[in-house]
Design a protein around this ligand. Structure first.
Ligand code: JBZ
Length: 229
């Protein structure tokens, strides 16, 4: 059963990259099906409007609930997971990507402006799995880029999508922390040599060196990922 993904957005063109490279191949192979829906197709007024002023005042505009209700109703099943990208959401992570990769049906509701009327989440929460997710501690202009990131991170974990599942095995055995640095040919480039141990053929020494480099990098760049932090 392929993973089905429906993306609802006012900027369908944002998702053209999903036809390229690994994501494109995943669709061609039938492992994943991705459909992009223009929210404005689900409006009923002449101006195809999707937003209005916020109750309670404040800057910006809020996306009205009805077009979202119409659009989600058009694709939802009882197997769906509705994902709403929002700066207020739980942090998306590799474990969450792995969960999504094993879902049956994902619906991404890509908000813009100040977000989507909260009643959309409230309406679907008793009916299906609803997840408000953020990709990081910064604020984008909308949910579209966050959705692209979450789709790519999740779909690459769908069994069969990655040509070489070995790379996933390495990832899953990754020590807590960030990856070691990588090198390839030529052995010397602009006077810079590849670390000698990597050319030695001593696999134990290479593994030790890589573990040390991962720890050094994690300590410097992501001390929050160190064990016990
Ligand atoms: C209005 O919709 C938005 C706006 C900003 C934003 N920023 C996100 C993030 O994950 O950083 S998701 C998201 C959704």
């Amino acid at each position: 059963m392929p993973l089905r993904i429906d993306v609802i957005t006012i900027f369908p063109d944002y998702f053209a990259p999903l036809q390229l490279s690994l994501m494109g191949k995943a669709q061609q192979s039938g492992l994943v099906t991705i459909a992009i829906h223009d929210l404005r197709e689900f409006t009923s007024d002449r101006h195809r409007s999707v937003d209005d002023t916020p109750y309670g005042g404040g800057a910006g505009m809020v996306m009205t609930p009805e077009p979202w209700g119409q659009a989600i109703d058009a694709v939802v099943t009882d197997q769906s997971t509705l994902i709403v990208p929002t700066p207020a959401g739980k942090l998306f992570s590799q474990p969450v990507a792995a969960e999504l990769a094993h879902s049956t049906h994902l619906i991404f509701a890509c908000g813009r402006y100040e977000g989507i009327d909260q009643r959309v989440v409230e309406y679907y929460r008793p009916r299906i799995d609803v997840r408000e997710l953020s990709i990081g501690d910064y604020v984008l202009a909308g949910g579209d880029v966050a959705t692209l990131a979450m789709i790519e991170a999740s779909v690459r974990l769908v069994p069969g999508v990655l040509g070489n599942p070995e790379s996933l095995v390495e990832e899953s055995h990754q020590l807590p922390g960030v990856e070691y640095p990588s090198y390839t040919k030529p052995p010397t480039w602009r006077g810079l040599d590849v670390p000698e141990v990597l050319l030695s053929g001593h696999h134990d020494q290479i593994a030790r060196w890589r573990a040390e480099q991962s720890t050094i990098r994690t300590t410097h760049n992501r001390p929050d990922l160190l064990p016990g932090s």
